[in-house]
Design a protein around this ligand. Structure first.
Ligand code: NAP
Length: 165
């Protein structure tokens, strides 16, 4: 099979477990794979295990310099087609509902259309208004800061309750 023929893939956490299994499978499917992990000995073992079309790059994904080196190594080969992020840092998703920004009105062909849509959304939203951009920014700050240090893997809806009703 060759569903990844001539593709370049980066697999972080690629020296063990799910990552190395994924790297192997990608290579079987025709990809060239860069695997990233912190421990060199584990990387070397994984490179031998994958066997061909693989490069190990010693990388701690929490360090920007390391990420730059990983990027350089891949760029020497070509462009990245696939990233499999097996080694994760604390990650959360912020999902805004309707927000009062230029983009909101630009979605509609006329000012009247935009005004009507606003009224409809306000009628459907428990907090009865659109969000202010600053309210999304406050939530972004919460997720970015240590205030949310034990929050991980969530999708935080900031939508005035729109999807809760
Ligand atoms: N196993 C499960 O039951 C399970 C279930 C759901 C989700 N997951 C997720 O799937 C992913 C892989 O899990 P796994 O079970 O395959 O774990 P694993 O066998 O322990 O492999 C983890 C890999 O990540 C690398 N790694 C860890 N921290 C890193 C960092 N800062 N920078 C670069 N590489 C790093 C490790 O190498 P070094 O230590 O050498 O860096 C290793 O190659 C994880 O994100 C895990 O949370 C696992």
């Amino acid at each position: 099979m060759s569903s990844l023929k001539n593709k370049i893939a980066v697999v972080t956490g690629g020296s063990s477990g799910i990552g190395v299994a994924t790297a192997k499978r990608f290579v079987e499917e025709g990809a060239y794979v860069f695997i990233a992990g912190r421990r060199e000995a584990e990387l070397d073992k994984a490179v031998a295990d994958v066997g061909r079309n693989v490069t190990g790059v010693k990388t701690d994904i929490s360090k920007l310099d390391d990420l730059d080196r990983l990027y350089e190594a891949v760029a020497n080969k070509g462009k990245i087609d696939v990233i499999f992020a097996g080694a994760r840092i604390r990650t959360n998703v912020l999902s805004p509902g309707p927000v009062d920004t230029p983009m909101f009105d630009e979605q509609f062909p006329s000012k009247d259309g935009a005004a009507e849509a606003r009224q409809q959304i306000m009628a459907m939203t428990p907090l009865a208004r659109l969000a202010r951009p600053e309210e999304i920014a406050s939530t972004a700050l919460f997720l970015a800061s240590d205030q949310s240090s034990y929050v991980a893997g969530i999708d935080l809806l900031v939508d005035g309750g729109l999807t809760a009703v």
